[in-house]
Design a protein around this ligand. Sequence first.
Ligand code: NAD
Ligand code: FES
Length: 281
Amino acid sequence: MFEVLENEILAPELHKLTVKAPRVALARKAGQFVIVRADVGDERIPLTIGDADVASGTISLFIQAVGASTRKLVKIPVGGFIRDVAGPLGQPTHIEKWERVVCIGGGVGTAVLYPLVKALAQAGNKITTIIGARSASFVILEKELTALSQDLQITTDDGSRGLKGQVTRVLAELMTNPESSPSAVFAVGPGPMMKAVAELTRAKKIPTIVSLNPIMIDGTGMCGGCRVDVGGEVKFACVDGPEFDGHLVDFDLLRDRLATYRDQERKALDRCSSDKCKIGS
Ligand code: NAD
Ligand code: FES
């Protein structure tokens, strides 16, 4: 059992849970994740380890309440418990010192990006961070990422904060100037965003690392649920990733596979909204 010590709302439907998990806090590296179950028999949810504090033995998990299981998780109050937290899983981010790095977070993907930016900053990189969001209320971790970056830019789809438009608009502008053009790009967010970033950097052969979020079940390379195609090879995001070379990822296959259980997810959510469901109560 893993105690929830804090439960903070960062944006609509997005919570940050601080969870007591000393062994995970000690072992984890940037880019790794855990698989959690709110209770026995519940769905297994992969969550990036947003941050860890070894002294207090805690980890931070950012959870977007999009389905029945994630809604149940974010309703766990302070002092309540998560049944299982398994990890750390996955490969740590490959960190090196680049000349200039651009780090791009789209929506809730910004939470996944945060530990990468922290590790890159600790390695002495000069970082430009771009946060993209639907609107102002979905911009997250601005203060934390500003502290780690030389420059931070915000875009919103509706123009309610920062530049109106998408993150690729800022990246394209940075790439036109040799002074600001990056030597590496890290992008985490919706598949279409990561695909658009990778298309932009491909022509200039700028190394582009993306973090993939396919459906996961066991998280140990056994079930094949997280299968992705990278450069024509089958990879399992849980053991080979979740970060891959964005220029080699088949984003269309990822999109199709993510849609596999959409009907079942909708039905679970409907059941959860009906009187019969006890989830989260
Ligand atoms: P969102 O729909 O609000 O979009 C976030 C940002 O991405 C916006 O700024 C939007 O303009 C930008 N974007 C979307 N399509 C784009 C494109 N084609 N070109 C450039 N920019 C584009 O995102 P959200 O609701 O916060 O996040 C939900 C999505 O993020 C889901 O698809 C989820 O699967 C994905 N996600 C990915 C990861 C990961 O590790 N890659 C982690 C969590 C969530
Ligand atoms: Fe089962 Fe990756 S989650 S193989």
